[in-house]
Design a protein around this ligand. Structure first.
Ligand code: ZN
Length: 327
């Protein structure tokens, strides 16, 4: 009989804080309750696509969306006026309540195109049939008689808040798995990782690293040259921040300071390294993918998050030149 090998996990041997950080990369970012987006769910969840994007050469991922998609149309995109009737020029592959919902976000729309006039129900399912025709997230106003309107995907019965995820955050479960292994591969190439693992009680960190290396080679995600070209590893195969190219320390990766959103006073004394998209996440491409993810400093990430590395470097060059710090 063959000895049973324990099933390998990308977390093997990694300090707990780093393993958790990798696990979270499989989730979308946070979302407030008053939006249509779900808060921190898997990147392979149901995708929300604005009808304006759907109409302009929308590119589906090669194998489609694992948990489907919902196209969202604002009332003025769905109705023609006087009297409000469904627009005749809607794409014929869209069916209200099947893969299309009307999204109410403005009080004027809510009043003029009120869903009760059409006997519509708020949607309840992320998979067709959607259980309704609309979703509403209309903010409160200063008037005392108005209150916030939130219909559709608001409670446990609908699997939590929000209808789905932003399309550019999508990744298939296969891609999520591959990127987690690749991020583990990179974590094992940060400064001080072996000592840190040993301090956490791992007796054989080198062996764990080797097992991850082997697994990644098997999966075709251990191409050192490509990782170097993409600014994720340096010439000595050390993990570097894709923007400033400084080595990443394991202690920075284990640091728990959150990606600051809404934090008033940024703490400049703590260097934290987080997930870094070399080519930024944006509509029309699926950039949460292997060979595009690295570990980068929190502050470098804040600078490059919307633009990606190439444009950010040009922007920084302009700033330095304008300040006469370079020629
Ligand atoms: Zn950096």
């Amino acid at each position: 009989m063959k000895a049973k090998k324990t099933k390998l996990n990308y977390k093997i041997g990694l300090p707990a804080a780093i393993a958790t950080k990798i696990e979270k990369t499989g989730q979308t970012r946070g979302a407030e309750k008053d939006t249509v987006y779900q808060n921190r769910v898997r990147r392979c969840s149901t995708v929300l696509i604005p009808i304006s994007s759907w109409k302009t050469n929308f590119i589906l991922p090669p194998n489609g969306f694992e948990n489907g998609y919902i196209v969202l149309a604002h009332p003025e995109e769905y109705f023609s006026d006087n009297p409000p009737t469904p627009q005749p020029d809607l794409p014929n592959n869209l069916n209200l309540g099947q893969n299309l919902l009307v999204l109410y976000e403005k009080r004027s729309h809510w009043l003029y195109y009120n869903p009760n006039k059409y006997s519509w129900k708020p949607a309840t399912s992320r998979i067709a049939p959607l259980g309704g025709q609309y979703i509403a997230r209309v903010p409160d106003t200063t008037s005392s008689k108005d209150s916030q309107i939130r219909h559709g995907y608001i409670d446990k019965d609908t699997g939590g808040q929000g209808a789905g995820i932003r399309v550019y955050e999508y990744a298939s479960s296969e891609e999520i798995e591959a990127t987690k292994y690749q991020l583990s591969f990179l974590a094992w190439r940060t400064e001080g990782i072996i000592d840190m693992a040993r301090k956490e009680g791992i007796s054989n960190p080198e062996e764990c690293k080797n097992r991850i290396d082997e697994k990644c080679a098997e999966m075709g995600i251990a191409d050192i040259k490509l990782l170097q070209e993409n600014r994720i590893l340096d010439s000595q195969s050390r993990t570097v921040c894709p923007l400033c190219l400084k080595s990443i320390f394991a202690s920075e990766l284990a640091s728990r300071v959150e990606q600051a959103e809404g934090r008033n006073v940024p703490d400049l004394t703590v260097t934290t390294a987080n997930l870094f998209h070399v080519k930024e996440l944006r509509a029309g491409v699926y950039n949460h993918r292997r060979y595009n993810l690295g570990w980068g400093h929190h502050h470098c990430n804040a600078a490059a998050r919307d633009w990606g590395v190439d444009i950010t470097l040009k922007w920084m060059e302009d700033i330095l030149r304008n300040n006469r710090l370079i020629q």
